[in-house]
Write a protein that binds this ligand. Structure first.
Ligand SMILES: NC(=O)c1ccc[n+]([C@@H]2O[C@H](COP(=O)([O-])OP(=O)(O)OC[C@H]3O[C@@H](n4cnc5c(N)ncnc54)[C@H](OP(=O)(O)O)[C@@H]3O)[C@@H](O)[C@H]2O)c1
Length: 272
């Protein structure tokens, strides 16, 4: 049995889907089973990672464990990480994957320091982030973004899930850090064009100044540290965010999915 935390999230749903595709039994953790909307065949269990003592039943009989590193609004790092790792050891977990949260966290540090066979999955920017544009594209045929010339090796969330699922089910991945990228470098214009092609209608690109972007993010209620993070990664994307790697091909044996693939699959979200 594999327990997937964050199972209702962008990546977790893909980890679940890939494990099901591989014919593996899956248990999914959520704080609200009534809203989880997970596929049939998944055992859905209630649990909150900020309350590790309540996870005993969810961990019972589990041999594989996929972990997120956060447990609240705006991805606040889980301070309970070390206790979760202890409980996983006591439960007899034999393989752990961690979805890296963009830096060190108490949970990932505890997993790395443990004697559990772990694999860290470090994705670059998710293709799914483009869903943030859905409203503007549907209602105004436009994308408003700062730094539109920036390059991103953005990755399809299904490929993140596929890499995690392999590490959870096959030997040979313990102690590995997998930086997972898509197959090409794209600008914001490239992404807008791919969405336009997929939905069959043009998309206008409006370049926001840095100040305009900050004002929008503030109006959306994003905290200052999140805004600072966005300015840093969008304004000066680090080399790992704009370098294409063959991790997906190497780990899963399949080529990484393109943004055009992603846009075709999500075209409906961008049509009025
Ligand atoms: N977006 C990007 O471009 C990007 C790039 C690289 C890395 N990342 C990292 O990816 C992670 C986000 O993953 P995601 O987008 O898949 O997440 P997401 O879609 O925002 O989903 C959040 C998930 O976390 C679960 N969750 C939150 N707090 C919880 C708690 N206290 N107890 C149990 N479950 C809890 C939610 O479950 P319920 O609500 O069902 O309980 C849900 O399944 C972050 O660490 C982020 O730093 C993101």
């Amino acid at each position: 049995m594999t327990l997937v935390t964050g199972a209702t999230g962008t990546v977790g749903r893909q980890v679940v889907a890939e494990l099901l595709r591989l014919g593996r039994p899956v248990r999914a953790l959520t704080r609200d089973p009534a809203k989880a909307d997970l596929p049939g065949g998944v055992e859905v269990v209630r649990g909150d990672l900020t309350d590790p003592e309540g996870l005993t039943a969810a961990l019972d009989g589990v041999s594989g464990l996929h972990l997120i590193t956060f447990g609240g609004a705006y991805f606040a790092p889980l301070e309970t990480g070390p206790r979760i790792v202890e409980l996983a050891r006591e439960a007899g977990v034999r393989r752990v994957t961690v979805l890296n949260g963009g830096g060190p966290t108490p949970l990932e540090d505890a997993v790395r320091a443990s004697d559990l066979p772990w694999t860290v999955v470090m994705p670059v920017e998710f293709m799914a982030n483009a869903l943030e544009w859905a409203d503007g594209i549907r209602t105004r045929d436009e994308v408003c973004e700062p730094f539109t010339g920036r390059l991103s090796a953005m990755v399809h969330e299904a490929d993140i899930g596929a890499v995690a699922a392999v590490a959870l089910t096959e030997d040979g991945h313990a102690g590995q850090e997998y930086l997972v990228t898509g197959p090409e470098l794209l600008t914001v214009r490239d992404k807008a064009d791919a969405i336009a092609a997929a939905r069959g209608r043009a998309v206008r690109l409006v370049e926001l100044s840095e100040a305009e972007a900050v004002a929008r993010w503030r109006a959306e209620g994003r905290p200052q540290d999140v805004i600072d993070f966005l300015l840093e990664v969008y304004g000066d994307t680090p080399p790992e965010g704009r370098t294409v790697l063959d991790t997906v091909q190497k780990v899963t044996g399949r080529p990484a999915r393109t943004f055009a693939d992603w846009a075709r699959a999500h075209a409906g979200a961008f049509r009025a």
